[in-house]
Design a protein around this ligand. Structure first.
Ligand SMILES: C[S@@+](CC[C@H](N)C(=O)[O-])C[C@H]1O[C@@H](n2cnc3c(N)ncnc32)[C@H](O)[C@@H]1O
Length: 278
């Protein structure tokens, strides 16, 4: 039965925009990234300096370990790690995302669902998810599965930014018009509020700049999951308001990447703890 933790979004009961139920023909809903695979790296990549520093830390931490990346996508992290000699196996459900990864040299990928990992117990030393758990209503099952197949630790690379966040502004605008969206799962950055990590390795801060016009063009194209279900009229109006306020300006913000580790035996606490919704 659909229950707590399933997607709650849309304009609510009685609205002409009906929220989705979270179930399609009795199987859990999955948000497909196939639609953004071609622009994924261009819109989500870390700047080269930040990426190389993050990779430096990861290579030190992961050398000699068997690593599983759940929701490996285009191999943003897995490809350079594999090229640095780290043994990474990736799983994903999006053929188009994986295809981009394969074109960049991604190896050892299996099509599988994060909540049902096709591996025996203790097959890996370390597992990671990055920008994945918020997409999956059964995120607790994902963590339980990670705890089952992993012997040492779980980590996530969490960006903390003080930036002008046009995506957030966009959502404030559409919320004012009555559209509410919550991800089906929980963002990795929220896990730190639920269970204190065992180790956080901060990388940064880095100052980043970007043109607001480019950021607005990405929003206008609906490059981000959070925008996929916004009704067209509200979407257009929010983009218009963003252009009016931000058009022609330069955005500048500071971001630190926190490589955040939990010992695997503590994941049981993460997978049962209650989550405060905003
Ligand atoms: C936002 S992308 C992140 C990709 C990669 N981790 C990164 O940081 O660039 C989310 C990825 O999770 C995958 N994904 C979503 N739900 C999944 C599931 N239930 N099982 C496996 N992969 C899933 C998507 O297909 C997509 O490739």
């Amino acid at each position: 039965m659909p229950g707590a933790g399933w997607p709650r979004r849309g304009l609510g009961r009685g609205s002409r925009f009906s929220p989705r139920t979270g179930y399609a023909y009795g199987v859990p809903e999955r948000l497909s990234f196939d639609r953004v695979a071609t622009i994924y790296d261009e819109t989500r990549g870390l700047p080269a300096r930040a990426l190389s520093r993050v990779l430096g830390v990861l290579v030190d931490e992961l050398r000699g370990k068997r690593v599983l990346e759940v929701g490996v996508g285009t191999g943003r992290f897995a490809v350079p790690l594999q090229k640095s000699g780290i043994q990474v196996v990736g799983i994903d459900i999006s053929p188009a995302m994986v295809e981009r990864g394969l074109a960049k040299g991604l190896k050892n990928v299996i099509f599988a669902d994060a909540a049902r990992l096709p591996f025996p117990s203790k097959a890996f030393d370390v597992a990671t998810t990055n920008h994945v758990l918020h997409l999956i209503s059964e995120w607790r099952d994902v963590l339980r599965e990670i705890a089952r197949v992993t012997t040492e630790s779980y980590f996530s690379i969490i960006g903390r930014s003080d930036g002008p966040e046009l995506n957030r502004e966009y959502h404030t605008l559409v919320e004012k018009q009555g559209f509410h969206w919550e991800p089906p799962g929980v963002h990795e950055r929220k896990l730190t509020e639920i269970l204190k990590p065992d180790l956080v390795i901060p990388v940064g801060p880095f100052t980043e700049t970007a043109s607001a016009d480019r950021a607005i063009a990405e929003i206008a194209r609906r490059d981000y999951t959070t925008q996929w279900e916004v009704p067209e009229t509200l979407h257009r109006e929010a983009v218009r308001a963003l252009r009016e306020q931000w058009g022609g300006k330069e955005l500048r913000w500071s971001v630190t990447q926190e490589i955040t580790f939990w010992r695997v035996e503590r994941l049981a606490g993460l997978s049962t703890a209650p989550v405060q919704r905003p």
